[in-house]
Design a binder for this molecule. Structure first.
Ligand SMILES: Nc1ncnc2c1ncn2[C@@H]1O[C@H](COP(=O)(O)OP(=O)(O)OP(=O)(O)O)[C@@H](O)[C@H]1O
Ligand SMILES: [Mg+2]
Length: 412
């Protein structure tokens, strides 16, 4: 990143410093044509100026290449880290998290949202740096030519800054909605593909087609709103830049007639204004990139800051074997509050099987879930007993981890 800042500065330094040669060239041509120099002589001088311009452009280009090699590469590495961090965190979260959130949303946050954050860390930061350096170098050069002319040419800029401020807020709100709608679409597609057997067996194709169309329509409408704002914004910027060119020609022309600046200066200023055109035009785009990244980072943080409800405080690599013992275990499903088990106690000796028979909904599968520690019992203990002594650790057979049970009241 720091190297990138350095390179972007150097690239702009060389880029801007090639411009004065345009003034030198034009002024040379004017003087030469007035004083009737020998053509071979002036060609030679023009050639030298040309070489200088080419040299500066080549250096500027090389450092632009280096800028992209540092800043864009950095953003790709952060993207890689962020994806891994999110995926690792997904693995730690418990079943109830996966019941609350759907797969499409999970997938969207790890792909779409992460890449939006990358767009900010890479291109957006690069363009901001580029614009800042370009402004600094260009404006210092312009001021040495004529301060008044510079002020007139730059007059439309504050207007631009204010309008960007207002537009970015609207863009932010709309892009959050766009992202939400996209998640809904991803979820529906993912669910209909993974459940395609059920969907087809019950002949629900038309229903899902309609549902998808509805969501797509919503998405389209909200995106259209966003596009409308952005498409109004771009021509507005071009208009402001047009005014800058107009001022350069008009006021620069007046100054040149009064011999305060040269013709070459007018040409030089036109190039400066042109150099500023793209960065100013891209400000709107960069603003929306930042806004989108902010919205996406919030969505990513939502999940990253979700703490798993089941936490292992004590990790053990030992192979868990022995008797499985339930001691006054009670459990209610957190999302529905349905009490599935109430004061259940039993012990299964090592190597034996246990058959549990009961009505549907009596809690048989819940016992299996608890043994695998997909859920944490509300009260009571699930223990592993070895050699007729009670192990001080509870067993989480599926994960081969053991952990201490916090004491809680058993009187449910
Ligand atoms: N994931 C869940 N979320 C909320 N409540 C649940 C969940 N799973 C089961 N339950 C509820 O907990 C109770 C026990 O369900 P469980 O699935 O353990 O019964 P079961 O004995 O396995 O039934 P079956 O014989 O139908 O498999 C039921 O009332 C059920 O509605
Ligand atoms: Mg069951």
């Amino acid at each position: 990143m720091l190297l990138g800042v350095l390179f972007v500065g150097i690239s702009n330094y060389f880029g801007v410093n090639s411009v004065p040669y345009i003034r030198l060239t034009i002024d040379y041509i004017k003087t030469a044509s007035n004083q009737n120099y020998l053509p071979s002589d002036s060609y030679h001088q023009l050639f030298i100026y040309g070489i200088y311009m080419l040299g500066y452009a080549a250096l500027s280009g090389f450092f632009l290449f280096m800028t992209r090699q540092t800043i864009i590469v950095m953003s790709r590495m952060i993207e890689y880290d962020l994806k891994n961090e999110l995926y690792d965190h997904y693995q730690k979260l418990d079943i109830s998290f996966y019941k609350r959130n759907n797969t499409g949303d999970l997938m969207n946050r790890i792909s779409e949202d992460v890449s939006r954050v990358r767009m900010y860390l890479g291109p957006a930061i690069m363009y901001i740096l580029n614009t800042s350096f370009l402004f600094y170098f260009t404006i210092t050069k312009m001021v040495t030519v004529d301060t008044k002319l510079t002020l007139f040419v730059l007059a439309p800029l504050p207007l631009l800054a204010i309008s960007i401020y207002f537009v970015s807020d609207t863009i932010n709100k709309k892009s959050t909605k766009v992202q939400e709608k996209l998640s809904e679409i991803t979820t529906l597609s993912q669910e209909s593909f993974s459940g395609i057997r059920v969907l087809k067996a019950y002949g629900r194709e038309t229903h899902f087609i309609n549902e998808f169309e509805g969501l797509s329509n919503n998405y389209k409408n909200i995106t259209m709103g966003l596009v409308k704002i952005e498409s109004l914004f771009q021509p507005f910027i071009v208009l402001l830049i047009g005014f800058s060119t107009l001022f350069t020609l008009y006021i620069g022309g007046m100054l040149a007639i009064k011999h305060q600046i040269t013709y070459g200066n007018i040409a030089e200023f036109m190039v400066y204004v042109n150099k500023l055109t793209w960065p100013i035009a891209s400000l709107g785009w960069v603003t929306s990139l930042i806004q989108r990244a902010a919205a996406s980072q919030t969505r990513i943080n939502d999940f990253l800051h979700t703490e798993p409800e089941i936490k292992s405080t004590h990790f053990s690599t030992e192979i868990i074997e022995g008797n499985v013992s339930f001691n006054n275990v009670s459990f209610a499903y957190p999302d529905t509050g349905i009490k599935a088990l109430k004061n259940v106690s039993f012990e299964i000796p090592k190597g034996h099987s246990l058959a549990i028979i009961g009505r549907t909904g009596s809690g048989k599968s819940t016992i299996a879930n608890l043994i695998c520690r997909l859920y944490e019992p509300d009260s009571g203990e699930i223990l592993r007993k070895r050699n007729n002594t009670v192990g001080r650790t509870k067993a989480a057979y599926c994960y081969r981890q053991s952990y201490h049970k916090k004491t809680s009241n058993n009187d449910l």
